[in-house]
Design a protein around this ligand. Sequence first.
Ligand SMILES: NC(=O)c1ccc[n+]([C@@H]2O[C@H](COP(=O)([O-])OP(=O)(O)OC[C@H]3O[C@@H](n4cnc5c(N)ncnc54)[C@H](OP(=O)(O)O)[C@@H]3O)[C@@H](O)[C@H]2O)c1
Length: 226
Amino acid sequence: MATWVITGANRGLGLEFAKQLIAEGHTIIAGVRNPETMGFHHEQMIVYQLDVASTTSVETFAKNVKSSVSSIDVLVNNAGRMDGRWQSLEEVDPDLSLEVLNVNTIGPLRVSQALWPLLQGEKPTKVANISSLMGSIDDCMSGRSYAYRTSKTGLNMITKILAVEGQPDNITVTSYHPGWAKTDMGGERAPVPASVSVQGLIGLIQEQTADRSGRFFEYTGEELPW
Ligand SMILES: NC(=O)c1ccc[n+]([C@@H]2O[C@H](COP(=O)([O-])OP(=O)(O)OC[C@H]3O[C@@H](n4cnc5c(N)ncnc54)[C@H](OP(=O)(O)O)[C@@H]3O)[C@@H](O)[C@H]2O)c1
């Protein structure tokens, strides 16, 4: 059984990750912005405060994780936020855009940096970055959503850079699109149940070997263009 760190594990896809992995017998370290909002508790799960937008919070989180385990097998950078969605050039708010980039792009970089020593070692370990098809430059047909799209494009570049840096340590790093999934972010009209999306993602992450590092996949297993 493996030790998985999941960011943003109190609701949506993050909570679904925690529940499905616990059912498989894994140990979960949940990073949650407001731990009092964590309605689900289990003896296989430890919950620590984590705001991925704050370097101080990420450093404290990493210290807490290191006090609990000597290594981790998988880091899932799942925490993310919207930007108001479909904002045109006229509507886009530059200050809000910086906050979105801080959470969605720099957040996963901060957490990866802080937990990297726990991923390093002989055995293969993994970072799974939960990105979005909206970050695909090739797929940007409908425009708009400057901040969210750019934040996920940036995250995809961080995936690629970390994948190169992780090679000597057997750390693989891959970006995933969870589909349009039914969560607070995805909304009621989303066609993919969160459970189906996460089941697909877990299967792919479990098969994440060196040949898949530095690449971008949908929860179905289809490879996506950058
Ligand atoms: N649902 C979709 O259709 C869809 C599609 C493509 C990509 N994604 C990506 O999938 C991931 C999960 O999305 P979701 O649908 O589960 O969204 P969600 O239901 O809105 O949940 C977002 C999670 O991220 C956490 N979070 C936000 N800002 C944070 C911060 N600064 N520090 C720590 N945690 C923070 C939230 O915590 P709080 O409760 O404290 O706010 C919450 O746990 C995101 O990266 C999203 O961009 C989702």
